[in-house]
Design a protein around this ligand. Sequence first.
Ligand SMILES: *Cc1c(COP(=O)(O)O)cnc(C)c1O
Length: 424
Amino acid sequence: MGEYLVRCMGCGGVQPPHALNCQNDDSLLRTEYFTKRLITRDDLPGLWKFYDWLPVKKTLPGSGEKPVTYRSEGIARELGLENLYISFSGYWPERGAKMTTCSFKDLEAPPTVERMVERKDDQILVVASAGNTARAFAQAASAAHIPLILVVPPTALDRLWISQRPSDSICVISVKGDYTEAIDFAARLAARSRFVGEGGARNVARRDGMGVVMLDGVLSMKSLPEHYFQAIGSGTGGIAAWEASIRLIEDGRFGQHLPKLHLSQNSPCAPIFYAWTGSMMVAGRCPEGMYDDVLYNRKPPYSVKGGVKEALEETHGEVYGISNKEARLSQKIFEEAEDIDIVPAAAVAVAALQKAVRSGTVEKKDFILLNITGGGVSRAKEELDMFMLKCDIEVEPSALSSALPSPSDNDLLAEIFEILGRRS
Ligand SMILES: *Cc1c(COP(=O)(O)O)cnc(C)c1O
């Protein structure tokens, strides 16, 4: 049960179970599960049903809802598609979707936190986020009662709502700068002793958690889809869909063809779109003015072995650049046709699907899985209790950047420990 190896996609060497990086090169690591058949544990709740293909030894109580997959009638009719399936990650009780932070980051956080707890080395998890990731980790850490440091830019502070009382051992640090400066600060903090970074795309628990979208989709569709649509920032979800498909092909019961990845970004802030299509980068100030800034990532795992570029090559994939105007229109059409609110990022994927239909890249009878990566926020806000996380510490972007330990660094670390300790 839950048995696996972690292997480097570059050198092929087996790595220590909790490694985020290969000892020899820069490639992504991938889990190799001993169980080759997709088994669903119907005795376990939510995403833990897919326990045998998650890198954990136990489940994390109180978190781990899964998305729902259903065959669309509304938007499918609008687009003239006969086999359009929607994977919905969010809050939509009528359909059985109860991911209360309303995005598919709720698939990444619980396995990552559980895997962290299983290390039993008393490390404190550090997570940088512009919103959705912070909420998902805050919720999972609160359920698990483990300490967590969230590092956010000031613009993210008003997005830090969750639907359960936040545990006392969460420390929110606001870095007075942009998201990238928050990421850089988080990396410096995670390098200090007692702290550990979650690793983003490099963490197999995050990717295999997101892979649940494909696993759940295949159970509904009874086969692998021919096309997979998702809006991306880092592209981690695209890698995860590809990796899950490889496992499903090995299983043998769901077909032998990898789904074609149709990944979409919000132009002009679309580095993966420019890299893949070779088109000229259009100047724009990013992430300001984006339709959804969760789709912006300046350093995506694109050309590394096992990364986004290879996923696109292997699946004969495509990348779409979607303007704000296109996304806005698609959002409206989707919400009216399916009768649920979706997050702006998800509308970018809907716009890509519309483009693919217009260009004939997908055909009427094709089996398509559309990943609606977030939705039901207005439903959740109406129906659930909402708690705001508060900022505990504000720091300058330059904090912890001195080469030698400085008195101000020590003060900051002491303050963090005091906040975590006062509560535990
Ligand atoms: C994070 C996120 C994405 C993009 O995910 P990738 O990590 O780039 O695959 C898309 N939609 C929503 C709602 C998100 O929170």
